[in-house]
Design a protein around this ligand. Structure first.
Ligand code: ADP
Ligand code: ZN
Length: 215
């Protein structure tokens, strides 16, 4: 499959993407995960991205496009890919369109995960993430807690609250989403690629996306 997941922070894009990779071997490409790994490893990219990320601001479009132009041409993308957290702005969507034309890749559709704001807020403040950059498993202290002592069930690393998950950074991320990312819904509607999913449970959303892929 070749799809884009669109939705506010906390809409469940990461969880849905992971479940979809198990379905047909398509790769999950999360710009957030790529950036967090770079910050952790202290690469040039990480140094440039860190301050923006901790504030809950977007990383500049040019930097994101450099990453994605390389990433989308890696061999594992041939089987299909699920874009999670990219594109995030109209300029990124326009650049992506040009890039896909150049690579002769056609998207199946854009899945917009629609989640009520109170649900989003509750999810973001209770979310925890595995600190191991090659794992990054997502937990929730209420609905899906880590193992005893706050350890990741998959790799045993400590599970932590992300630096951008303080209350201030969260409200900034939601504001940024409304201003910069929500306009992509209209963009992809015009392109004839948009499908909306009222997304309260990741499992149900995954089932609906699979159905839409077949239909
Ligand atoms: P969430 O969707 O929960 O906000 P992500 O993991 O997708 O989190 O992204 C975390 C941070 O990484 C964002 O707040 C932003 O600073 C940066 N980021 C990720 N993807 C992009 C992108 N496509 N364009 C610009 N910044 C991005
Ligand atoms: Zn882990």
């Amino acid at each position: 499959m070749r799809i884009i997941l669109l939705g506010a922070p906390g809409a469940g894009k990461g969880t849905v993407a992971k479940l979809l990779t198990e379905f047909d071997g398509s790769v999950q490409i999360s710009t957030g995960d790529i950036l967090r790994s770079a910050v952790k490893e202290g690469t040039e990219l990480g140094k440039k991205a860190k301050e923006y990320m901790n504030r809950g601001d977007l990383v500049p479009d040019a930097l994101i496009m450099q990453i994605m132009e390389v990433r989308l041409q890696e061999p594992d993308c041939k089987k299909g890919f699920i874009l999670d957290g990219f594109p995030r702005t109209i300029p990124q969507a326009e650049e992506l369109k040009k890039l896909l034309d150049k690579l002769k890749i056609k998207m199946d559709f854009v899945a917009n995960l629609d989640v009520p704001r109170d649900v989003i807020l509750d999810r973001l403040t209770t979310r925890r993430t595995c600190s191991n950059s090659s794992c990054q498993e997502i937990y929730n202290i209420k609905s899906n807690p880590p193992a005893n002592g706050g350890k990741c069930k998959k790799c045993g690393s400590p599970v932590v609250q992300r630096a951008d998950e303080t209350e201030e950074a969260i409200s900034n991320r939601l504001e940024t989403y409304n201003q910069k990312t929500a306009p992509l819904i209209g963009f992809y509607e015009k392109e004839g690629l948009l499908k909306n999913f009222l997304s309260l449970s990741s499992k149900d959303t995954v089932a609906e996306i699979k159905k839409a892929l077949k239909g």
